[in-house]
Design a protein around this ligand. Sequence first.
Ligand code: FRU
Length: 545
Amino acid sequence: MMGVMLMTVSAIAQVTPMVLGDKHAMLRLDEKSKYILLPVQETEEIAAIAVLDGSNNMVQRMNVKLAVDRVDYFVPYELKGAKLFDIEFHGDRRQKGAVSEFTCWKEITFADKFDAANREHFRPAYHHTPQYGWMNDPNGMFYKDGVWHLYYQYNPYGSQWENMHWGHSTSKDLVHWEAQPVTFEPDWLGSIFSGSCITNGSDVVAFYTSAGHHQTQSMAVSKDNGLTFVKYEGNPVITSDKPDFRDPNVFWYESTKRWIMILAVGQEMQIYSSADLKDWKYESSFGQEYGNHSGVWECPDLFKLDDKWVLICNINPGGPFGGSATQYFVGQFDGHKFTCESMPKVTKWLDYGKDHYATVSFYNAPENRRVVMAWMSNWQYANQVPTKQFRSANSIARDLGLFEFGEETYVSVVPSKEMLAARGAKLKQPTEACEIVVDVKGGAEIVLSNAKGEQVTMKYDASKQTFIMDRTKSGDVSFSEAFPCVTKAPTYGSMKQLRIFVDRCSIEAFDVEGKMAMTNLVFPSEPYNNIKVKGGKATIYSIKN
Ligand code: FRU
């Protein structure tokens, strides 16, 4: 079905593959067409495609799960003068028959258009998603001249993790996003892993990890507000012999008048400094014995909030409910070293759901705000969730602050004020995309359900000061054993109001004061259009599109 729906073509040309053996084929590309549409079968092994130009030079390399006996969907490759695909197949099944028998050869099409229209059942209505293909971490987010920029880890050649690019979207209100051209494609230093952007005068400077044989850090400069970048000729700017060495996050530190970069290195964060963004000096490391170490530390962020500094440390696995999650540390930073103010064993989580990862903040947000977005998935099953045309959405934007509880300072998380502006008319019952505000007095139970008997139960226990969300009966939970679960958060005192954002395949619940945030995916076969509330009163709002 997906194959048919994506093939709105205005010109079709004959495909003449040259099958040279069980594992090898070549494909002459049609010079008159803009795209070749490649059929993907997600359960297949990868085919490595080398794209050659008219001088037989390789201009690109990509890994695509070319269909063997069934087409899940098509992905477009823009030809841009490419002349030949040299294709190397992998996997046991290659021994059994000539590749000329494979479905891909019958279905490959040349076309002038690719229809990326959004038709999928679980495609969120008001969360950011890629137009098609796979997305993971938010990257290089910054604000400039009234525009919020969001780059993201992107695979345009399949809806599973592979071929890391930076995709790009922009927004004027953090709710409505406009797709922009792809920013970075893999180069000979490697594929383009996560990183950050800073603004320096009118320039935007991007830092990302070049993931080749080793992970190294690279830089690129944009003179057109982040639309296009020129890579620095001295790349890579930082190298290491460590296998996990990635996700550079850069910011300006006024007191020492130096740029600071924080990098995730195995299970610690390393801090570097520079006067010119090109030469970087190692300053210090943070992490040994602090917080959770059950996985690799990734995607750091370090920023000032009020009079303290917060170090964001995404970790995978090791999350409170398995897999990926965002922990953070509160302390001080002096331009050289981050010092955590808590005892080493104290672990703090930014969100107590199962689908909240790779959280980082926007550089240069207005009004001194610290606005963050997360990737709404979990590495335990991100590649298997029941969508096809695209995989993964971002969380709604959230603003961070600080609050005290007991001896500790915690980071508060509230939906960004732009979500209030997006509130539409009051509704009588929940819809597939709405906000539910629940005023609670003491404990409360909220059940969202549909006519199929699928349901999500949320419970606020006022005496234990906990909030739970149970998605074990939420709909399709069969694609991964790790998916059905009950997530539980401390509420650090009592809650007066909950704000719950539902959007087709996600539920994000917030304490109105920011002391609890919980983000979980759900895949109901039809929208939850029923709500039952005990111990509270719900008001439901549509979201303006
Ligand atoms: C986190 C992560 C990063 C890496 C990127 C690769 O989800 O593993 O550490 O840069 O994804 O896509």
